[in-house]
Write a protein that binds this ligand. Structure first.
Ligand code: ZN
Length: 105
């Protein structure tokens, strides 16, 4: 016995709204990206990643100037585990949002 696939009841307006929500969710949040790179640069700084980094710009500047992927990828173990890194990033995002709210008042 074959089963028919379920009908999808979606109007054009619903479809447009769904696609807009998907696009908004997929778009990177600039504040979050900024905080993530700041935390990763801090971790690279803490571990002295620029000394053994493969990117010459980091060595020349004696600090991480890239997106710190190369600096942090050379480490044997991460400075912060994945979860704690995200907690730090979330805390930083929260801080900036709170400050923006206070300035708006
Ligand atoms: Zn580097």
């Amino acid at each position: 016995m074959t089963r028919r696939p379920p009908k999808r009841f979606e109007t054009a307006a619903m479809r447009a709204e769904r696609l807009a929500q998907q696009a908004a969710a997929a778009a990177p949040d600039p504040l979050y990206q900024h905080c993530l790179s700041a935390v990763r640069r801090g971790m690279s700084e803490y571990s002295g990643g620029a000394r053994r980094c493969r990117m010459k710009a980091c060595k020349r500047a004696r600090a991480c100037v890239s997106d710190s992927f190369a600096c942090l990828a050379m480490l044997r173990r991460p400075v912060l585990p994945w979860l704690e890194q995200h907690i730090a990033v979330d805390g930083m995002v929260q801080f900036y949002q709170d400050r923006a709210e206070q300035e708006a008042e």
